[in-house]
Ligand binder design. Structure first.
Ligand SMILES: *Cc1c(COP(=O)(O)O)cnc(C)c1O
Length: 387
């Protein structure tokens, strides 16, 4: 005997969903590849900025990227486990990291200090390294004072066959403001670092300084390769180029209720309705990536209209004001998307939250099911994905 499954369903999926448009990522990659003077490294750290590291990697590699970049070795290993064979660079690891993984999984690693060099040279295998200089943001990379010694030690390790120096890298701290003088200082620091490396006898193939913003605005920072992450997923920190957002976050309404004027809504009773209205309950909260701080001013799209969030955003749910135009339980709410149908964008959610779009896209919680809209030339990715 078969038990019939309940089929009551409104239009759209019956659960929250984060949909990732790989065709948009493909188009963004092609635009970035056209702008870059050198090669393009697709930065897919933090699960591809929340879009799925392996999906973003495959898409970018099919549309102009020649290599991949991540922070930790663990991220690099999971790309290999997903079957990716392109060059992968991992640039943020503690001295005590298991650099044996780099050799075992054919991962290149950035070396920001003599202590890191010793750890990498001491690991089994001849690991390919990129020496990393701090180009003026006092964050990751070697300080200028230790750069000459790092270059000399790396050359010695290379001559002994312990490492192969294949790259020199730096990062700009204010490339999102192309006219800021700090970019000139960063470029000059990097040029000096290249000189010192050359004097030490190093001849690496890759020299890379630019991320998305400098790739789009400053050819002087391009060198032989650009490392782009945000731009792949439609975020241009420089605000100069219309890239395409690739994420759409939706959920069905769980409940709809009619309430009189004076109804208090949500934790702390911070909102009181000023008129009779309809309230819709959306099963997404701050654990799913809707920043709690965004509550005032935030809207979602329901039946083609923007509807304001009322009261506090809870961990798992949020209430929206549906006004007179009630929607039915099960109807789709779009929290954010590319904006083509009037829905809020990631950039708007960032503004409501006092943050940058990067934090919104990387903040969507792990329990939201992901689906991808594959580019036609990537159909095979669709296998096994529920429609
Ligand atoms: C994240 C990161 C990038 C990518 O920067 P985008 O602005 O996202 O393109 C490049 N290089 C380093 C060192 C990074 O940490």
């Amino acid at each position: 005997m078969t038990i019939p499954l309940p089929v009551a369903r409104a239009a759209g999926p019956a659960e929250p969903r984060l949909s990732v448009d790989l065709a948009a990522i493909a188009r963004n990659t092609r635009r970035l590849a056209e702008r870059a003077s050198g090669e393009l490294m697709a930065v897919v750290k933090a699960d591809g900025f929340g879009h799925g590291a392996a999906d973003v990697a495959r898409t970018a590699l099919a549309h102009g990227a020649t290599g991949l970049g991540v922070t930790s070795l663990a991220e690099a290993v999971s790309l290999r486990d997903a079957g990716l064979v392109a060059p992968v660079l991992s640039w943020l690891n503690p001295v005590g990291a298991d650099f044996g993984l780099a050799a075992a999984y054919d991962v290149e690693v950035a070396v920001p200090s003599p202590a890191h060099l010793a750890a990498v040279a001491g690991a089994p295998g001849r690991i390919r390294v990129h020496l990393h200089v701090d180009a003026g943001m006092a964050r990751d990379g070697a300080e200028p004072a230790e750069w000459p010694a790092l270059c000399r030690a790396a050359r010695r390790a290379e001559l002994r066959g312990l490492v192969e120096v294949v790259g020199l890298m730096g990062h700009l701290g204010c490339a999102d403001r192309p006219d800021d003088h700090c970019n000139a200082l960063g470029r000059a620091r990097f040029a000096w670092a290249l000189d010192v490396a050359r004097t030490s006898g190093l001849r690496p193939r890759h020299r890379h300084l630019a991320a998305t913003a400098a790739t789009l605005t400053d050819p002087r920072a391009h060198h032989t390769m650009s490392r782009v992450g945000a731009g792949l997923v439609g975020i241009d920190p420089s605000g100069t180029t219309d890239l395409e957002s690739a994420m759409t976050l939706t959920a069905p309404l769980v409940q709809v209720r009619r309430v009189p004027a004076g109804t208090v809504v949500g934790y702390g009773h911070e909102h009181r309705t000023t008129r009779a209205t309809h309230l819709g309950l959306v099963p997404l909260g701050y654990a799913d990536g809707l920043p709690r701080v965004a509550a005032t001013g935030a809207t979602v799209l329901v039946r083609g209209a923007r509807r304001p969030v009322l009261g506090q955003i809870s961990m798992d749910q949020v209430v929206v004001d549906l006004g007179d135009r009630a929607a039915d339980p099960g109807e789709q709410v779009t929290v954010f998307g590319p904006g083509r149908d009037g829905e809020p964008t990631v950039a708007e959610w960032a503004r409501w939250s006092g943050t940058i779009p990067h934090e919104i896209v990387t903040g969507v919680g792990a329990r939201v099911p992901r689906t991808r809209v594959a580019a036609p030339y990537l159909r095979s990715l669709d296998a096994g994905t529920p429609a």
